[in-house]
Ligand binder design. Structure first.
Ligand code: PLP
Length: 390
């Protein structure tokens, strides 16, 4: 039987656990299984390993060890940051391109008496720090603006936003789930009070994450229970997950030092440039903005993105469209619409996101498949390319 070749370019959805990470985790299921809160040998053994992982995560983010709180991932981290800090009557400023972990939390905050301003972005997907300044109110307590967007990879000017927060004396939370491990992060330079990461976007397991909580930030728990994580996150720690996150953080930090970002960007740029050159009526969403090195969001006019995702998957290439299915209809991505794309173009967009495991020959494989599949779908499409682009 001949196995079909498969290539995975959907690393912003989740990444494979790296072999070194898997090796580091394995003893923590059956051999070193203690509860990190137990005082006996078994507990002490896992406690030490959890604290070593905390050191590695703190080193990746440039903060103190005591400022790291382990969570179950990005969604919990964002919820902890928002609900742990805000109270009824507070005003929050966010952007219209945030992940739903933030956007839907903000909607819920509104239902419990908070005020929320959703800022627009420009056509590149960037928030203007001056818009934040203009949106400040006497009761503004928090700015929550993501570091890197999950669909486009666009990096926000977080250091400038940190300055606005400092001038206005408001807290600043940034969702760095899609930035961690891809670009250097230094919480001091950013000037944030809260920063969220998730293991499974950086080659650690699913179901673990961390929040940087700047010393002195009055963050209450959202889970009520034991005094784990210095009373900031109750619940027995996910020891294996935490150790995996620690190992992935070490690997990411070293790789960033050794030019991993440039290697990734070269592969991504190669894929992007060849698609733009070889397939007509295509373009980059977020062009002109700084982006993380692994992500390229491209539109293929006159094609239904979902149909392209499915057709490519049948041929062995996994990518994604930012579209979401709501009440039976496919809704274009809220991020692309916020950037001003027409609905048809937003629906014709695909996200390619690379990971550490990807190799240049996979780019070649993907290119071949994308060209053939786009040509075939366009032939079948009732929509027509403008004559000028034929
Ligand atoms: C920017 C961003 N924030 C938050 C999340 C949620 O993270 P998790 O899947 O770990 O809950 C994601 C996941 O896609 C994300 O991309």
């Amino acid at each position: 039987m001949v196995l079909m070749r498969r290539v995975y370019f959907d690393n912003n959805a989740t990444t494979p656990v790296l072999p070194e990470v898997l090796e580091a985790i394995q003893p923590y299921f059956a051999e070193h299984f203690g509860n990190a809160s137990s005082i006996h040998h078994y507990g002490q053994e896992t406690r030490k390993a959890v604290e070593r992982a905390r050191e590695s995560v703190a080193a990746l983010l440039g903060c103190r060890v005591s400022e790291i709180v382990f969570t179950s991932g990005g969604t919990e981290g964002d919820n902890l940051a928002l609900f742990g800090l805000l109270r009824s009557g507070d005003h929050v400023i966010t952007s219209s391109i945030e992940h739903h972990a933030v956007l839907n939390s903000c909607k819920h905050l509104q239902s419990v008496g908070c005020e929320v301003t959703y800022l627009a972005v420009d056509s590149r997907g960037l928030v203007d720090p001056d818009d934040i300044r203009r949106a400040l109110r006497p009761n503004t307590k928090l700015l929550t603006i993501m570091m890197a967007n999950n669909e486009t990879g666009v990096l926000q000017p977080v250091e400038d936003i940190g300055k606005v927060a400092a001038e206005a004396d408001v807290y600043f939370h940034t969702d760095a789930v899609q930035a961690a491990g891809k670009v250097p992060i230094d919480v001091k330079r950013i000037g944030c009070d809260l920063l969220v990461i998730a293991g499974h976007k950086m080659h650690a397991p699913q179901g673990v994450g961390a929040v940087y909580v700047r010393k002195g930030t009055p963050l209450g728990p959202i889970f009520h229970g034991g005094n784990h994580e210095r009373s900031r996150r109750a619940g027995t720690e996910n020891v294996a997950g935490i150790i995996g996150l620690g190992k992935a953080a070490e690997i990411a930090q070293q790789a960033l030092h050794h030019g991993d970002g440039q290697r990734m960007a070269a592969m991504r740029d190669g894929l992007q440039q060849r698609i733009l050159a070889e397939i007509e009526a295509t373009g980059v969403n977020g062009a002109g903005a700084p982006r993380v090195p692994n992500t390229s969001n491209l539109y293929f006019d006159c094609i239904e993105g979902e149909a392209l995702v499915i057709a490519l998957d049948l041929k062995g290439l996994a990518v994604s469209s930012g579209a979401a299915c709501s009440s039976g209809a496919i809704e274009p991505s809220h991020v692309l619409l916020a950037m001003g794309l027409a609905r048809a173009r937003a629906r014709a967009s695909l996200r390619f996101s690379l990971g550490k495991q990807n190799r240049p020959d996979e780019v070649e494989f993907a290119l071949g498949l994308v060209s053939q599949t786009v040509a075939r779908l366009r032939e079948l499409s009732p929509l027509h390319l403008p004559v000028s682009s034929k």
